[in-house]
Design a protein. Structure first.
Length: 303
């Protein structure tokens, strides 16, 4: 089962704190670790310097994904197409998306199950039809899941399910939309790498940073989530090497510790604050961030 915009697996009741053993000093340390910059979320950027013609966001029915869709639609010069992809666009969890689509003709809802290859191929065909011969400028692989998994409790099934959504899903989605990204890069008047040309942004996390693990482990182990996102970082690096000559920018992005279903109400950022920063980062992405893990504040994180 794939996640939608950071939703949790069914049946898990979140503890009062993200980790029952988390002390106040550890909570403060983790917050500082997540906030690599000066602790202030950047203001919303108009992205005027890099106008994106088309964007697709997976896991877009809630949380960060939904807010990204809203921000793109609310820009002074919005993209010609905003594709909001989620598992069930007709279901109750996508009601807000449907309301947005009724108001914005440029918003297209796309059924996409990130662990189902036929669903992915069908989504790519729909997007290609909407674009009418143009390419796709920006793909944001945002869908993901987290399970309360420790070293002692981890099972093969759980590891495989989380890897399927957090790693294999983005890989397959990117593969399916690659022809449209290539087309956008080839037809773009932009010489340098940027989101206005062609870009793949994989939503990652500081919890996937191997170098940062000593600072974050005791906050919440979530072994399957960490390992799958670390693998996603490797995928991002491989994509950056494989697609560089074609002019497709590839970046992994840590959105911060955000108040979503996945991040919990203990988080120090609201969805709006996180996406404020993400929108500014998307505007500024260049070859300097190609194959790099960056934060919502534009800071570089170690792998």
């Amino acid at each position: 089962m794939s996640g939608e915009g950071g939703s949790l697996s069914a049946g898990w009741k979140r503890p009062a704190l993200p980790c029952p053993a988390l002390s106040l000093p550890r909570l403060k340390a983790f917050t500082c670790c997540c906030r690599v910059g000066d602790g202030r979320a950047p203001s919303t950027d108009t992205m005027a310097a890099a106008q994106v013609g088309s964007v697709l966001v997976t896991g877009s029915n809630r949380g960060i994904g939904l807010e990204l869709v809203k921000r793109f639609l609310g820009k002074p010069n919005p993209p010609q197409w905003v594709f909001a992809a989620c598992r069930d666009p007709e279901g109750p969890r996508a009601q807000e998306l449907r309301s947005l689509a009724a108001k914005h003709p440029s918003l297209a809802l796309v059924q996409l199950e990130t662990t189902n290859e036929e669903s992915i191929r069908a989504a790519a065909r729909k997007v290609e039809g909407c674009l009418g011969g143009s390419g796709l400028n920006l793909l944001i692989n945002n869908a993901g899941i987290m399970r309360p998994c420790t070293l002692d409790s981890a099972t093969a099934q759980e590891m495989l399910e989380v890897y399927a959504t957090n790693l294999v899903g983005p890989m397959l989605v990117t593969k399916a939309f690659l022809p449209l990204l290539r087309k956008a890069a080839q037809e773009s008047h932009q010489k340098a790498m940027c989101c206005a040309k062609a870009a793949i942004v994989n939503m990652s996390t500081v919890l996937a940073s191997i170098e940062k693990t000593p600072e974050t482990y005791f906050f919440v182990p979530v072994i399957s989530y960490r390992c799958s996102k670390a693998a996603l970082n490797m995928l991002t690096k491989l994509q950056s090497m494989g697609y560089k000559e074609e002019g497709i920018l590839c970046t992994a992005l840590h959105p911060g510790w955000v108040k979503t279903e996945l991040g919990s109400d203990q988080a120090d950022l609201t969805v709006e604050e996180s996406v404020n920063g993400i929108m500014k980062v998307l505007c500024s992405l260049s070859e300097k961030q190609h194959g790099v893990l960056v934060t919502w504040e534009g800071k570089t994180l170690p792998w």
